[in-house]
Design a protein around this ligand. Structure first.
Ligand SMILES: [Ca+2]
Ligand SMILES: [Ca+2]
Length: 410
């Protein structure tokens, strides 16, 4: 019954906003602003009218805004505009952008085309004195940099204030003056690579701050981790893939009015790439490398590589934070008391970790879930669809060093 009343209300509202069939003035209580649900519903309808049928709306490949309908008050009039993008055919090298504004009904106020293949990035930058900027990053075809365009809404037109090439983009406050800034990383392989910092200074112009050259002899800067990089500083870890399989990481921070590479003379390298991230969830990013247990480095594939995560000490050094051993669908997270020098013994359906003296610190073995039979003096550690994992009863006290990947991600 409640639902019926709600639906009746929505129909009433639609009749009201479309202005048809109602010759009498509506009662006063109906002239209240539409509820959020009604407004969204009518937005959906108007988008359907203005986007060709069977044409999906575009969602950005990167960034936090993974939706397809973006809403933001672009002209500081207290009402949100809605923005959608769509591409009529995958073979076209441009897509469409439509801005709708709401004033009792949704109306398209801007319809424009943007050059590019895919939508890489879309975000807004609020400024204190002027309306927010709309930032749209588009891919430009294979092996080409992306193109970032910055707009603001003026009347019923989008004004482009600037356009920049980029490969990766970071919006953060790297200068730590409490205003968002923009770092663009551009890689032209084997030619040039650089990091450029721009500030949003409350005008409709980007303000160039500084530029830093980085290594163009990398395959890709495949991971860009931005945030706090030490207790007292923000920065960007740039992880690159080098040569056939190696990884290299660079730390970029802002010091004395310009961007600097902290480990310029001694970049952090790793036999395989490891993504920098906040591994111990203390709010500070760690850089990852692969290390071999002592004496166990054999071939690249046969070495039981340990992922070692380190944190910048704010000066010239790095502190070890965490060691992880990844195997199949689980990870063993080393407690501090194991120290640096452990041995990893990996067999077909068993992994054990021992001290250099041969003491067993941890052991896990697994069986197919379909034919599982409990092992005597072992307890179940975890179950997946495929396997049942067991640990010896005697090591039950360290069972929490074992985690399934899926658990770690959640
Ligand atoms: Ca507005
Ligand atoms: Ca951390």
């Amino acid at each position: 019954m409640k639902k019926m009343v709600k639906m009746a209300g929505a129909v009433w509202f639609l009749l009201f906003i479309s202005g048809c069939a109602l010759h009498q003035s509506p009662p006063a209580q109906l002239i209240s602003p539409p509820s959020k649900g009604e407004k969204q519903y009518s937005l959906q309808r108007v988008i359907e009218e203005h986007v060709p049928s069977n044409t999906p709306l575009m969602a950005p490949r990167k960034g936090d805004n993974q939706q397809t309908i973006f809403q933001k008050d672009l002209n500081d009039d207290g009402k949100e505009e809605a923005i959608v993008l769509y591409k009529e055919s995958e073979y076209l090298s441009y897509f469409h952008l439509v801005v709708f504004s709401f004033d009792s009904t949704w109306e398209p106020i801007v319809k424009t085309q943007i050059e590019g293949d895919e939508l890489d990035y879309l975000t807004f930058v609020s400024q204190s004195n002027t309306p927010p900027l709309l930032l749209i990053g588009a891919t430009q075809g294979e092996n080409q940099s992306n193109q970032l365009r910055l707009y603001y809404l003026e009347g019923n037109a989008l004004q482009q204030i600037d356009s920049k090439e980029y490969t990766n983009l970071v919006l953060m406050d790297v200068t730590e003056d409490n205003r968002k800034d923009m770092t663009l990383i551009t890689l032209k392989r084997l030619e040039a690579a650089n990091v450029k910092l721009y500030e949003f200074n409350g005008t409709n112009k980007l303000k160039y701050n500084s530029k830093l050259d980085i290594d163009p002899y990398v395959n890709a800067y495949y991971n860009v981790a931005a945030g706090r990089v030490s207790k007292h500083k923000k920065g960007i870890w740039l992880d690159s893939q080098v040569g056939a399989h190696s990884g290299m990481s660079d730390l970029i921070v802002y010091e004395e009015g310009k961007l600097v590479r902290v480990f310029q003379d001694d970049p952090i390298s790793s036999p395989y790439p490891v993504e920098s991230r906040d591994i111990n969830k203390d709010g500070i990013l760690e850089v990852g490398t692969k290390v071999s247990p002592p004496g166990q480095e054999t071939s690249m594939v046969a070495t039981p590589w340990i992922d070692l995560y380190k944190q910048w000490d704010g000066e010239t050094g790095l502190n070890d934070i965490q060691r992880n051993y990844y195997h199949g669908d689980f990870v063993i997270q080393f407690p501090d008391e194991w120290g640096e020098d452990v041995q990893i013994n990996s067999e077909e359906s068993q992994v054990s970790i021992t001290s250099l003296e041969g003491e067993t610190l941890f052991e896990v073995k697994w069986q197919d879930a379909s034919s599982y039979e409990p092992t005597k003096s072992y307890q179940v550690l975890a179950k997946t669809e495929k396997y049942v994992y067991e640990i010896p009863d005697g090591l039950g006290s360290v069972r929490n060093v074992f985690q399934l990947w899926v658990e770690q991600l959640s």
